[in-house]
Design a protein around this ligand. Structure first.
Ligand SMILES: *[C@@H]1O[C@H](CO)[C@@H](O)[C@H](O)[C@H]1NC(C)=O
Ligand SMILES: *[C@@H]1O[C@H](CO)[C@@H](O)[C@H](O)[C@H]1NC(C)=O
Ligand SMILES: *[C@@H]1O[C@H](CO)[C@@H](O)[C@H](O)[C@H]1NC(C)=O
Ligand SMILES: *[C@@H]1O[C@H](CO)[C@@H](O)[C@H](O)[C@H]1NC(C)=O
Length: 726
C-alpha cells in the first residue's frame, strides 16, 4: 500500500519537474521529432527542425553507408534523402553525441562532448534575442526576433552553399562585403567534405561563371549577354526555371526561379567535373537529369587553344578561325589542339595598312579574363575604341537585347570560343588589312557584276518581289488562321523522354522514331522525332502541324504541340496506351481481345474519322497514308487516325488532284494513284476498304498469299467475289 502511495507521489513530482523544465528551458519544445517550431536553442542528434510549410528539414544525417554524423538540410517530402546543405562537411562527428546550439550572440555552434566542431561566425551584426528559423526555401537563417528583412539576417545558410543551388539562392559575389558565394562538390556521395571542384563567379569587367578544379578552369558558362549565358543560349525560356542575372556596383550574382512552383529542381555540382540540374518527378518518385554540363566535348575549357573555335558537328571539332592556321600543324593533325592557331598575316596596328574587323556569327564569346566594358557606348564607338588600341583583339555588344547595346572589348589572345549549333552571338575580330582586302575585292567584283546586269534584273526583280510579297502575305494569313498550338522547348521534351532513350521508344516509322514521355505535370505523351534524313522536310512537317492542329474529332489523334529547334523537329501527341491496330489484328493472342462487336466499332470509328476529314471538317483533307499502323487505339480501344505527314488539303469544290511524288504504302494505294498519281477522297476510301478486309480477316494485305491463284488479299477477295457472281 505504502509502496503504491510512494510511486504515485514520485510520479507527481516527475510530471511537475517535466512541466517546470518545459517552461524554463524552451529548447525542450522541439523534443518531438517533426514539430514545426522554428525557434531553436539547442538540438541534439535525432531531433529535427521542419520549415513552416513542410518543405525542408534540418537534422543530423549520415550520407550513404557512412557512419559519420553531419548536420544538414534535406527535402522533407522527398523519400530518397536529398541533402541540399551541410554544416560540418569537413568536420564530421563520429557518434550521435553532437549538439547544435544557438548562443546569445546569435551564432550556431555544433559541439561534441564540449568541444566545438563547427560554428557560424556572425561578427558584423548585433544580436538581440536571436532566433533560428528554417525557411520554406531551404534557407536556414539566424535573425533577431521580429526581424524579417533578409538583408538584416545575422547569418544565413544561403550565403554558404554546399554542393547544391536552390531556387532563390544567390550564386555570385557581394562586392560590398566581399562575400563570395560559390558551390563546391562533395568529395564523394559518402563524404560531404568539400572536393576541389567548384562553381564560382569571376568578377572580371565582363563577369563570368566558371567550373573550376583547384586553380584550373574546367568549363565556362560564358558571360551574361542580357538574354543568356553566352555559351548556353538554349537555356533561355525553358519550361523549368528562369534565370535572373544581376550585376551592379553592389553585387554580381545569378539566381534561378521556378517557372511552376510545384516543380522541384536543384543544380548540383559533382566532383567528376559536371553539374547536374535535377528535377523531381513525382510520378517516378525519382530525380531526373534535366541538363548536365559540360553539354558536349566543345564545352571543355580552352580545347581549341587561341583563335581556335570548337564546333561539335565537325569530325575535327577544332577549327582555326578564318585567317588563322594551326601553330603546330603536326600536333593539330593528331587532334592536339591546345597550341591553338596563329595569324596567316600579321596585324599592322598603326602601320600603313589599317587593321579592320571581321564579323563572326553564332559564337560563344571568348574567355573574358582580359576585357573592358562600357555600357554607355554602342557598337560603332566600340569599334573605333578597339581599333585605336593595338592589344584590343575583338569587340561586340555587351548586351544583345533588342538591337544590342553596350561595348565589350577583348585584350590579348582569344580563347575558348565555340561555334554554336543554334543561337550564339556576333563577334568582331581584329584582322590585318590584307585579310580584309581580299574580302573587299570579292565584294567589288560582285558589285560591278551586279551593276552590269543590274538594268535588266531591275525590271525582273520588281516583278518577283511583288510575287513574293503576295505569297508571304498569304502565308502569314494561313499561319495565323486560328491555330492554337503549344510550342514545347526541345530540352523539356528531351527530358520527358529520358533523352530519347531506347527504353522509351515506341516504334520506328519512315519519318523517324516515336517515343513515350511524361511531362512534368504527369501527362503522358507520344513524341514523334523526325529523323534528320527523313523524307519529311520542313514543309511536310509544317503541313502536318498546321493541318492536324485544326482538326478536332474523337477519332483523330490529338496533337498537343510541336517543337522545332534547327534540325530537330518534334510532334507531341497524346499517348495512345494501346498503340496501333496492326498490333492487335495481326497478333494471334492479342487478336482474341477484339470480338466482332469491338471490330465493328473500330471500323465504324475509322469511318467516322475519315468522314470528318473528307466532309465534316472545315477543310477537305485526303490522308493518303491510311493503314492499320496509322490507326491508334486509346485505353478503351477507340480508334484514332494518326500520321498526317502526307495529308493534302483540298478546296471544298476540288475533287481530284495529281502528284508527281507518289507517297504512301503499297498495298493500301489504289491503282490509279500508285500508277498515275491521281488521288482524291476515293484513294482514302480504297485504303479504308483494305483496312476493313484486314480487320475482318486478320491477314496482312501484303503478307497474304492465296495458294490457288497466287494473289494478295485483295485479289483473293476479288476472285472469290467473281466466283460468287459466276
Ligand atoms: C557564440 O559562438 C561564437 C562562435 O563559436 C563565439 O565566437 C561567441 O563568443 C559565442 N558567444 C557566446 C556568448 O558564447
Ligand atoms: C569528453 O571530454 C572529456 C574531457 O575532455 C573526456 O575526459 C571524456 O573522455 C570525453 N568523453 C567522450 C565520450 O569522448
Ligand atoms: C556524381 O555523379 C554521379 C553520376 O550521377 C553519381 O553516381 C555520383 O554519386 C556523383 N558524385 C557525387 C560526389 O555527387
Ligand atoms: C589598351 O588597353 C589596355 C587594356 O585596357 C590598356 O592597359 C592599355 O594601356 C591600352 N593601350 C593604349 C595605347 O591605350
Amino acid at each position: 500500500m505504502s509502496n503504491n502511495r510512494e510511486l504515485l507521489y514520485s510520479m507527481k513530482i516527475l510530471s511537475f519537474m517535466i512541466l517546470v523544465i518545459c517552461i524554463v528551458v524552451p529548447s525542450l519544445r522541439i523534443c518531438v521529432a517533426d514539430d514545426s517550431i522554428n525557434v531553436l536553442q539547442s538540438m541534439s542528434d535525432g531531433e529535427r527542425l521542419v520549415s513552416k510549410g513542410g518543405n525542408f528539414e534540418l537534422g543530423f544525417f549520415s550520407p550513404g553507408s557512412s557512419q559519420k554524423r553531419y548536420v544538414g538540410i534535406w527535402y522533407k517530402n522527398i523519400p530518397t534523402q536529398t541533402v541540399v546543405w551541410v554544416a560540418n562537411g569537413a568536420n564530421p562527428i563520429n557518434d550521435s553525441s553532437g549538439i547544435l546550439t544557438l548562443n546569445t550572440t546569435g551564432n550556431l555552434v555544433l559541439t561534441q562532448n564540449g568541444s566545438i566542431v563547427w560554428y557560424t561566425n556572425n561578427s558584423h551584426k548585433q544580436a538581440q534575442n536571436p532566433v533560428v528559423e528554417l525557411l520554406d526555401s531551404g534557407n536556414l537563417v539566424i535573425r533577431n526576433d521580429g526581424e524579417s528583412n533578409p538583408e538584416a539576417y545575422l547569418w544565413q545558410s544561403f550565403d554558404y552553399p554546399s554542393h547544391a543551388l536552390l531556387p532563390g539562392m544567390k550564386f555570385g559575389r557581394d562586392l560590398r562585403t566581399g562575400l563570395e558565394r560559390r558551390y563546391t562538390a562533395w568529395k564523394s556521395p559518402e563524404d560531404p567534405s568539400p572536393g576541389d571542384v567548384y562553381g564560382v563567379l569571376k568578377p572580371y569587367n565582363y563577369p563570368e561563371f566558371y567550373m573550376m578544379k583547384g586553380e584550373k578552369k574546367l568549363l565556362r558558362q560564358g558571360p551574361w549577354n542580357g538574354l543568356y549565358f553566352s555559351g548556353f543560349p538554349d537555356l533561355q525560356n525553358n519550361t523549368i526555371f528562369g534565370i535572373n542575372f544581376v550585376s551592379n556596383k553592389d553585387e554580381i550574382y545569378y539566381t534561378f526561379s521556378l517557372v511552376k512552383s510545384s516543380v522541384v529542381t536543384i543544380n548540383v555540382i559533382n566532383q567528376t567535373g559536371r553539374t547536374y540540374r535535377y528535377v523531381w518527378v513525382e510520378g517516378d518518385q525519382n530525380w531526373r537529369i534535366y541538363i548536365s554540363q559540360p553539354k558536349d566535348f566543345c564545352d571543355t575549357y580552352g580545347l581549341c587553344g587561341a583563335y581556335g573555335s570548337c564546333m561539335i558537328s565537325q569530325t575535327q571539332v577544332c577549327q582555326c578561325l578564318k585567317g588563322f592556321s594551326p601553330k603546330s600543324p603536326q600536333a593539330w593533325a593528331s587532334s592536339d589542339w591546345t597550341q591553338g592557331c596563329v595569324r596567316n598575316n600579321p596585324l599592322s596596328c598603326h602601320g600603313e595598312d589599317k587593321d579592320g574587323f571581321v564579323k563572326f556569327e553564332g559564337f560563344k564569346v571568348p574567355d573574358s579574363t582580359h576585357t573592358w566594358v562600357d555600357e554607355s557606348i554602342g557598337l560603332e564607338e566600340c569599334r573605333v575604341k578597339c581599333l585605336s588600341n593595338c592589344s584590343c583583339m575583338a569587340y561586340t555588344n555587351s548586351d544583345i537585347r533588342g538591337e544590342g547595346s553596350g561595348c565589350v572589348m577583348w585584350f590579348g589572345d582569344l580563347i575558348d570560343m565555340k561555334q554554336l549549333q543554334t543561337g550564339g552571338q556576333d563577334l568582331y575580330i581584329r584582322m590585318p588589312a590584307s585579310e580584309l582586302e581580299h574580302k573587299k575585292n570579292t565584294k567589288t567584283i560582285v558589285a560591278s557584276t551586279v551593276a552590269a546586269i543590274g538594268g535588266v534584273l531591275l525590271l525582273l526583280s520588281t516583278y518577283f518581289i511583288c510575287r513574293i510579297r503576295r505569297n508571304n502575305a498569304e502565308k502569314d494569313k494561313t499561319e495565323k488562321d486560328g491555330v492554337n498550338l503549344t510550342t514545347f522547348d526541345f530540352s523539356s521534351i528531351s527530358y520527358a523522354t529520358n533523352h530519347f532513350s531506347e527504353n522509351n521508344k515506341l516504334g520506328q516509322g519512315g519519318f523517324g522514331s516515336v517515343y513515350k514521355g511524361i511531362l512534368l505535370d504527369g501527362q503522358e505523351i507520344a513524341v514523334k522525332r523526325l529523323s534528320e534524313t527523313s523524307r519529311q522536310g520542313l514543309n511536310e512537317f509544317q503541313n502536318e502541324v498546321k493541318l492536324i492542329a485544326k482538326l478536332q474529332h474523337r477519332n483523330l489523334v490529338k496533337l498537343l504541340g510541336c517543337s522545332i529547334q534547327k534540325d530537330e523537329k518534334l510532334l507531341i501527341y497524346e499517348l495512345m496506351p494501346n498503340r496501333s491496330l496492326d498490333h492487335f489484328i495481326f497478333d494471334s493472342t492479342r487478336r482474341t481481345l477484339l470480338d466482332w462487336v469491338k471490330r465493328f466499332e473500330i471500323i465504324d470509328g475509322i469511318a467516322r474519322g475519315l468522314l470528318y476529314l473528307h466532309q465534316d471538317s472545315r477543310l477537305k483533307i485526303i490522308h493518303r497514308d491510311l493503314k492499320t499502323s496509322n490507326v491508334l487505339l486509346d485505353s478503351n480501344m477507340n480508334p484514332k487516325i494518326s500520321d498526317f505527314g502526307m495529308a493534302r488539303t483540298f478546296g471544298l469544290d476540288q475533287d481530284e488532284a495529281n502528284t508527281n511524288r507518289i507517297m504512301g504504302t503499297y498495298g493500301y494505294m489504289p491503282p490509279e494513284y500508285a500508277v498515275h498519281g491521281f488521288f482524291s477522297v476515293k484513294s482514302d476510301v480504297f485504303s479504308f476498304g483494305v483496312i476493313v478486309l484486314e480487320i475482318i480477316s486478320g491477314r496482312k494485305i501484303r503478307g497474304f498469299c492465296d495458294p490457288y491463284h497466287n494473289l494478295n488479299l485483295l485479289g483473293h477477295v476479288g476472285v472469290n467475289k467473281s466466283n460468287l457472281y459466276a
